[in-house]
Design a protein around this ligand. Structure first.
Ligand SMILES: Nc1nc2c(ncn2[C@@H]2O[C@H](COP(=O)(O)OP(=O)(O)OP(=O)(O)O)[C@@H](O)[C@H]2O)c(=O)[nH]1
Ligand SMILES: [Mg+2]
Length: 318
């Protein structure tokens, strides 16, 4: 029994990494799996998924984190049955020295595809489905990647936790977006997200460098936010379920054992649970009491009237 408790509960959490092209998504994806920084740039042809084990504080719970490296517009020139294993690093290679790839570049590559060669991408599936946290990346040296992030921030479901990463922090001397611009935009977006979910859904911002590893620890810690939110949701559902189970069981016991109404009442009071059957009975009791009180009043009134009448008639006839 003790061993079972020590093993803890298993949780499945889904985290997606999004961002404009060449912002460091796959580098983070690899880093989170314990891989080293790779200078070579290989654009990701379609969504990739990996599972990592993650620990919340020193708890014994087993937390399986499913990480998605999201591609907006996929590139899949290979038919489905002959696709390479994408996690082994094979894919379309673009040399670093070719210069920056603009956000519109992938369309140039996809025009050669036939309809049966559709890749897994954010255009074909809803990546936010069952997602617990979003890591949204931009490159602090490329303003258009920040514009992309701000646009995306406005469409991410408001219950989701978001971590915005200003990547390429090692190139901060070349930055094209100031910190105050970033904080201002986040404040504007957060204002729109103040609904029923705060504080877990508020946008958090941190600057990182996948090259130096700066900020990776923060990302690791950040996973605690979607995790605690997930745990809270599960506990809330369990609580609702157990309350329903309890009411059903009490009902079954009351019905099957021919328990009197007063005993049922007693049961409900001692269990401090709202029993719908008892509530109806209580309402009927209350109506009965009201009715008899009214009846008493009418009886008194009619007695007084008849006394008055007999008095008056006595006066008349005596
Ligand atoms: N100097 C520096 N280079 C980085 C950093 N992060 C990623 N890179 C490099 O930037 C290039 C692009 O990184 P990727 O991780 O492939 O970017 P991506 O967002 O997955 O790109 P796509 O899949 O094409 O959308 C690679 O050459 C990386 O080595 C960083 O923080 N600093
Ligand atoms: Mg990539």
């Amino acid at each position: 029994m003790q061993g079972k408790f020590q093993k803890g509960v298993q949780y499945n959490m889904k985290i997606i990494i999004r961002g404009d092209i060449r912002t460091g998504k796959s580098t983070l994806f690899n880093r989170l799996q314990g891989g080293p920084f790779k200078e070579e740039y290989v654009t990701t042809p379609q969504i990739e998924v990996a599972n990592i084990q993650w620990k919340y504080n020193q708890a014994n719970d087993i937390i399986k984190v499913e990480i998605w490296d999201v591609v907006d517009k996929g590139i899949n020139p290979t038919p489905i049955n002959r696709r390479p294993n994408l996690s082994d690093g094979t894919g379309l290679k673009i040399d670093n020295k070719q210069g920056p790839v603009t956000p519109t570049s992938p369309t140039r590559l996809t025009t050669e595809l036939s309809p049966d060669q559709i890749a897994l991408d954010a255009a074909t599936i809803n990546v936010y489905r069952n997602t617990h946290g979003v890591i949204l990346m931009f490159d602090i040296t490329k303003s258009w990647t920040f514009d992309y992030a701000i646009k995306e921030l406005k469409v991410i479901p408001e219950n989701m936790s978001i971590l915005l990463l200003g990547n390429f922090g090692d190139l901060s001397s070349q930055r094209s977006i100031t910190r105050s611009q970033i904080y201002q935009s986040i404040a504007d977006c957060n204002r729109l997200r103040v609904t029923e979910y705060p504080p877990a859904n508020m946008i958090r911002y941190v600057e990182t460098s996948m090259l130096t590893g700066f900020g990776l620890e923060y990302i690791y810690k950040y996973l605690g936010i979607p995790f605690l939110q997930l745990q809270k949701d599960i506990l809330r559902q369990q609580l609702e379920l157990k309350t329903k189970e309890l009411v059903t069981l009490l009902d079954t016991l009351d019905d099957s054992e021919h328990i009197s109404a007063s005993a049922r009442k007693q049961h409900s009071i001692t269990n401090d649970i709202r029993d719908p059957k008892l509530e109806v009975e209580q309402e009927q009791d209350r109506l009965e009491l009201e009715k008899s009180a009214l009846k008493d009043l009418w009886d008194k009134e009619s007695r007084a009237i008849s006394q008055q009448e007999s008095g008056e008639s006595g006066e008349k006839y005596h």
